[in-house]
Design a protein around this ligand. Structure first.
Ligand code: SF4
Length: 229
């Protein structure tokens, strides 16, 4: 079976909207500012983007607040660029739109409930699939309730996350809510590399683990094993 190139699928969609002169309303589920940086730089040229920050997988409340505040700061930086007419990007259509944000509710118990029995799974395993389902289901619900045309997620920018699974889970969640899922694989076309450049440029806080307590423990064990703890 041929592997789907979700980055190409996204570009095809963008081309279709462009031909029809449409600027769809997109709800972008975002996990953190560094991952959002490239996704927003790219998407704001073609969509009317609202970020949805819903991440109950972040076990520690202080870490959650740090990440959501960085997300808001990044959006402010981008909106200031648009106001000043001084934005840049790799696509450069010459247009960019301001970005809104909706902060979802934060209750880490929602994540801990769905990860019961999967605590020892390594990152990338079954627990992560459940984690994607939880976050994208809520994103789809909010997108539908608030009249968005489409939804997608920044999660596909991570080289540690499987784009096939994310697109499958996202499509299913969106379909059940009665909304369209925008395919993506943001790490492609140098997206991941650009997110690192942008993170440096805006001095974004870059965490060194995914988010849940289990991923933090996994990272610390790896650091202890290679003597970098
Ligand atoms: S490692 Fe990341 S994606 Fe996987 S369960 Fe933890 S927070 Fe979710």
């Amino acid at each position: 079976m041929n592997k789907v190139n979700y980055a190409k699928e996204l570009d095809k969609k963008i081309e279709e909207y462009g031909k029809e002169g449409l600027v769809p309303k997109l709800l972008l589920h975002a996990c953190c500012a560094p991952c959002s940086s490239y996704c927003l730089e790219y998407l704001r040229e073609y969509f009317d983007v609202t970020v949805f920050f819903y991440n109950p997988n972040i076990t520690e409340s202080s870490e959650y607040h740090k990440r959501v505040e960085e997300e808001k700061r990044l959006i402010k930086e981008y909106n200031a660029q648009v106001e000043a007419g001084a934005f840049e990007g790799m696509n450069s259509t010459g247009k960019a739109r301001k970005i809104e944000i909706i902060e979802g509710h934060y209750d880490p118990r929602e994540f801990l409930d769905i990860s019961k029995g999967l605590e020892d799974c390594p990152e990338g395993g079954e627990r992560c699939r459940k984690c994607f389902e939880l976050r994208l289901r809520e994103s789809a619900r909010v997108a539908k309730e608030n009249g968005f045309d489409l939804m997608t997620t920044t999660l596909t920018i991570s080289p540690l996350k499987n784009a096939d699974i994310l697109n499958e889970v996202g499509k299913e969640a969106a379909g059940k809510a009665g909304i369209e899922f925008l395919p993506s694989d943001f790490k492609k076309k140098n997206g991941y590399k650009r997110s690192i450049e942008l993170s440096h440029k805006f001095r974004l806080y870059r965490q060194d683990y995914c988010g849940c307590a289990f991923s933090k423990a996994e990272r610390m064990n790896a650091q202890a094993a290679n003597g970098t703890l």
